[in-house]
Design a protein around this ligand. Structure first.
Ligand code: SF4
Length: 371
């Protein structure tokens, strides 16, 4: 029995691609929730460098630098290596081994029908995504999750595996559940661990989506905040530049003149207020905007104040690691080592079930010899 892979709390798994410095969209959509989840669960948060290569394989020069930027932002946001395991995906090669095993049993149709696969093949024209790796990336995600299944000799009720997702991503977890079921149908644990609490054991726990709030966060041009639109505000944005970006942010188109009333519910700046401002400020914004009692410049100043209130402590924490990035890298190395221990414990159970264990087994006597 391997204790490495036991947890009394539910286990949470999630990651981000190393795209460089993170922005407010990454923070509000995921990172801020992860920080809260650390209090309740056994959390594993990783930097998905192999995933970056599923689309950006042609030029990998920035992968490592970008990974470092992401860990700086993880730590700045409050992910705590004492409570969460922070690691780099490619430093835990068991993810790749499990991905291979899954690729052997997964019907092609399951991958071809993943909505983001079709969508991205159609929308991304500047890269050749007709690769085996790109088709298989959802399966790599399944391996990323299932490799952290709590040990198969635990009762099912104690094998909670959770994936934090926004409402629109629940479907992504479903493929992983299907893959887990398929593997579990083909291959079962052997020996002492074959039956747990009177029930046939399974190698992989089926993960559950953990729905987390993902409020609408517009970029400076009013569209969804995204690096590819060039409309982001970084978590590490210096205060003067943050204030400047807010000044140029689009507003409710109905407010053409200072005397025109507007509606914060139709304004990207209003969306920022809803996430970052106090109720008191919100009340002033609604009243002042709808009565044309305030100008947009003043309102944007308040939004910048609220935003800076949230970001200043993050940037303060970031400074220590910026001054000595090796500290952050050491945290990743330590986390990767711990993750390898857990992942290897799962992988041993998976290999064993699929008759690929590394244990010596003497040749079976043939029927003829037995006579
Ligand atoms: S006053 Fe504020 S909420 Fe109203 S349109 Fe201007 S920026 Fe937007």
């Amino acid at each position: 029995m391997n204790d490495t892979n036991r947890t009394t709390k539910g286990r949470v798994l999630s990651g981000m691609r190393p795209t460089g410095k993170l922005h407010l969209g990454n923070y509000v959509g995921a990172l801020r929730n992860w920080v809260n989840l650390q209090n309740e669960y056994d959390c594993f948060f990783f930097i998905a460098d192999w995933h970056a290569l599923t689309t950006d394989y042609a030029d990998t020069r920035m992968v490592k630098q970008n990974s470092l930027e992401v860990i700086l932002d993880y730590l700045a946001a409050g992910l705590d290596p004492e409570r969460s395991t922070l690691f780099i995906q490619s430093h835990v090669p068991q993810h790749a081994e499990l991905h291979l095993l899954f690729s052997l049993i997964t019907p092609l149709g399951w991958l071809e029908r993943v909505p983001t696969y079709k969508e991205q093949r159609e929308n991304i024209k500047d890269k050749d995504l007709g690769t085996y790796g790109f088709l298989g990336y959802p399966l790599l995600q399944s391996a990323d999750i299932l490799i952290y299944s709590p040990s198969c000799d635990l009762p099912e009720s104690e094998r909670k595996l959770l994936v934090p997702v926004g409402e629109d991503q629940v479907a992504h977890v479903e493929l992983t559940r299907e893959v887990a079921r398929r593997f579990n149908q083909f291959y079962q644990p052997k020996g002492a661990g074959a039956v747990v609490s009177g029930v046939a054991a399974t190698v992989f726990a089926e993960p559950q989506p953990l729905k987390t709030p993902t409020p609408k966060l517009p970029g400076t041009d009013g569209r969804k905040m995204s690096k590819s639109y060039g409309n982001t505000i970084l978590l590490s944005e210096p205060e003067p530049s943050l204030r400047q970006k807010l000044k140029t942010m689009v507003t409710d188109p109905a407010r053409v003149r200072r005397t025109d009333p507007g509606d914060p519910d139709k304004c990207p700046v209003g969306d920022l207020h809803k996430i970052f401002s106090s109720q008191e400020t919100m009340a002033k914004v609604y009243e002042g905007c709808r009565s044309a009692g305030i100008g947009c410049i003043e309102c944007k100043g308040w939004a910048a104040d609220s935003l800076w209130n949230e970001l200043a402590p993050l940037q303060e924490r970031r400074k220590k690691y910026e001054a000595n990035p090796r500290l952050a890298w050491d945290i990743l190395e330590e986390g990767s080592k711990k993750a390898r221990g857990v992942a290897e414990a799962t992988m041993q159970q998976a290999r064993d079930a699929a008759n690929l264990s590394w244990e010596y087994e003497p040749p079976a006597q043939s029927a003829a010899e037995g006579k």
